[in-house]
Design a protein around this ligand. Structure first.
Ligand SMILES: C[S@@+](CC[C@H](N)C(=O)[O-])C[C@H]1O[C@@H](n2cnc3c(N)ncnc32)[C@H](O)[C@@H]1O
Length: 301
């Protein structure tokens, strides 16, 4: 038998095999290139998306909500706070406290105040009276120079430190807070500012504690009361202060947030009652451009 046909058959099989192997190689190269460019497109999409979200979150939305009261409160107070609580597994007051412990000078109330203001303008909004309305609060406290002072609503202790640093020697500020978590943070911020001897933080609801002021602290009347708790409590607590005879002729009530979120029943009362002489100080909701203000009311007896 001649070997020539066998040799020819072998050659044909080899040539076909090589050709097929070449195509497979070509196909896998094409697939690799396709996979690579898809991966690049996917990465580019992710980076682009993250950049857009960052710009929206850091600049566009905060700038857009600056001028609208309800959008500002919805964005800062509901959306951002909840998202950061979940992402960081901490609360806003705890994050604010960390900023103070990291950046503020211990024992320096002004440094504590500036650190909180910086944190709230650049990192995370919070419901302190803030720097702009805080300047009005400062001027009223200095003008009254109270011997007895009460604050309703401590939160993290920002306004507490602000008021206490201006009080004359010997005066103690009593501040009421019913949220134990906020009170715990406020205590640490007050301690950090070095003003603990000038402040008495009482944990509990204003409606329960106001009638006990005489019994707990021997207070006869308050020279100055800062109202900054939940807005629907301004009017009932003012009437309670009157009933408990904790206001004297010339006592000053200073109420925050009378426009935003607003306290229409309280404003109606102090502006129309013959027992008060009332004046509005126009300003802005803390760390925004939304109109808000403080109402200063002198109790006439
Ligand atoms: C707007 S924040 C106070 C901000 C604080 N004055 C500042 O400027 O730093 C209101 C606080 O009042 C507290 N609060 C509301 N209603 C209260 C009540 N009836 N008695 C005691 N605390 C109250 C809330 O828990 C909250 O911490």
């Amino acid at each position: 038998m001649s070997v020539k046909p066998l040799k020819t058959f072998y050659m044909v099989v080899k040539v076909c095999g090589d050709a097929l192997a070449g195509r497979e190689h070509l196909c896998s190269s094409v697939m690799e290139i396709a996979d690579g460019s898809m991966l690049l497109s996917f990465l580019a999409l992710c980076c682009g998306g993250a950049a857009v979200l960052y710009v929206l979150y850091s600049w566009l939305i905060p700038a857009a909500v600056q001028y609208n009261a309800w959008l500002a409160l919805l964005w800062h107070d509901a959306i951002v706070e909840r998202a950061l609580n979940i992402l960081t597994r901490s609360t806003r007051p705890q994050r604010l406290l960390r900023a103070v412990q990291k950046k503020a000078i211990k024992g320096d109330p002004q440094s504590v105040i500036s650190t909180i203001d910086y944190f709230c303008r650049h990192s995370e909004w919070a419901m302190n009276v803030g720097d702009e309305k805080g300047a009005i609060l400062d001027s009223v406290v200095c003008e009254v120079s109270p011997s007895t002072a009460l604050e309703l609503g401590t939160y993290c202790g920002y306004s507490t430190v602000r008021i206490a640093r201006l009080l004359p020697p010997g005066t103690k500020l009593i501040t009421l807070e019913f949220n134990p978590d906020y009170a715990a943070v406020a205590r640490q911020i007050i301690e950090y500012s070095g003003l603990q001897d000038k402040i008495c933080l009482v944990e509990g609801a204003s409606g329960d504690l106001i009638p006990k002021m005489q019994e707990l602290f021997g207070i006869k009347t308050f020279d100055f009361v800062f109202l900054d708790h939940w807005k629907d409590r301004y009017l009932p607590d003012t009437k309670l202060l009157e009933e408990c005879q904790l206001l004297r002729k010339g006592s000053i009530l200073l109420a925050d947030n009378v426009i935003c979120p607003g306290t229409p029943d309280y404003l109606e009362y102090v502006r129309n009652s013959p027992r008060y002489e009332s004046k509005y100080f126009k300003s802005h909701l803390e760390y925004t451009k939304v109109e808000d203000g403080l109402e200063k009311s002198v109790f006439l007896g």
